[in-house]
Write a protein that binds this ligand. Structure first.
Ligand code: CTP
Ligand code: MG
Length: 246
């Protein structure tokens, strides 16, 4: 085959987890006895991913090496990240250019989302493979959201049009490289990779995400994730489409 590894996952794990607290980086915190990053990689593999680059804090290489010793699939390389999430993504993209020149599609996933649904992974990859340049999994917003205004007032937003965005986000690799180069050159801060692509005017496509795709940010999120994990061994997970507006 000419293109043995067209799809590669970039798992960003170089944050410190300040809001979660604790002595180890968030990606190495345990959920049901295993590090968050290990859960995430196993689920990416279940979604068809064979090759991953995990972006880490350079001073944590030994601990990440140990945490991933028993992982058979995907094949993992560890790469040093940067100060902000977008610096870490850029470091991963630079590594990919050298190490996996056959890659054409990249998924960018937060290690802080350990319970990513393999079906979501497949939906994202399929949409990019079918020609969408930038794809994000999204779920309906259940809270009514208001926007703070500069004058101290607030305005209500139309909830039926709002979606909460998860990862993995999928991209044409060449586009994502150009997008991250552009936001870096223009000094623009982005909170996700689709945002970087929008800076270039790219249209972002959504596919249904999953309730288990939550991001571990605060301590309560770990409690929720433990419960979701227990529930998923007892019953099949339910997948919420962005159109669910209950
Ligand atoms: N991340 C990263 N490099 C950074 C900052 C964040 O790779 N310089 C990664 C995190 O490891 C995480 C994902 O980006 O998997 C989402 O970031 P977030 O949830 O904010 O994690 P942390 O930055 O670790 O948490 P906090 O902001 O509470 O410190
Ligand atoms: Mg952060």
């Amino acid at each position: 085959m000419n293109n043995p590894e067209p799809v590669v996952a970039l798992v960003v794990a170089a944050g410190s987890g300040v809001r979660l607290g604790g002595a180890v980086p968030k990606a190495l915190r345990l959920l049901d006895g295993e590090p968050l990053v290990l859960h995430a990689l196993r689920r990416l593999a279940a979604g068809g991913i064979d090759r991953a680059v995990v972006v880490i804090r350079p001073d944590e290489r030994e601990r990440f090496d140990r945490a991933l010793t028993d992982l058979e699939r995907p094949t993992v390389d560890l790469v040093a990240g940067g100060a902000e999430r977008q610096d870490s993504v850029r470091a991963g993209l630079d590594f990919l250019a050298e190490a996996v020149p056959t890659a054409r599609i990249v998924l960018v996933h937060d290690a802080a989302r350990p319970l990513v649904d393999p079906a979501t992974v497949r939906r994202v990859v399929s949409a990019v493979a079918a020609g969408a340049p930038a794809v994000v999994p999204a779920v309906a917003v259940v809270d009514t959201i208001r926007q703070r205004e500069p004058d101290g007032s607030s305005v209500g937003l139309d909830r039926s049009r709002l979606m909460a965005v998860q990862t993995p986000q999928g991209f044409d690799l060449d586009l994502l490289r150009r997008a991250h180069a552009a936001v870096a050159a223009d000094g623009v801060g982005v909170t996700d990779d689709a945002g970087a692509c929008e800076h270039l005017g790219t249209v972002v496509t959504t596919v249904p995400g999953s309730p288990t795709g939550l991001k571990i940010t605060h301590r309560d999120d770990l409690v929720v994730a433990e419960a979701l994990l227990r529930a998923s061994t007892a019953a099949p997970s339910n997948t919420a489409a962005p159109s669910d507006q209950e």
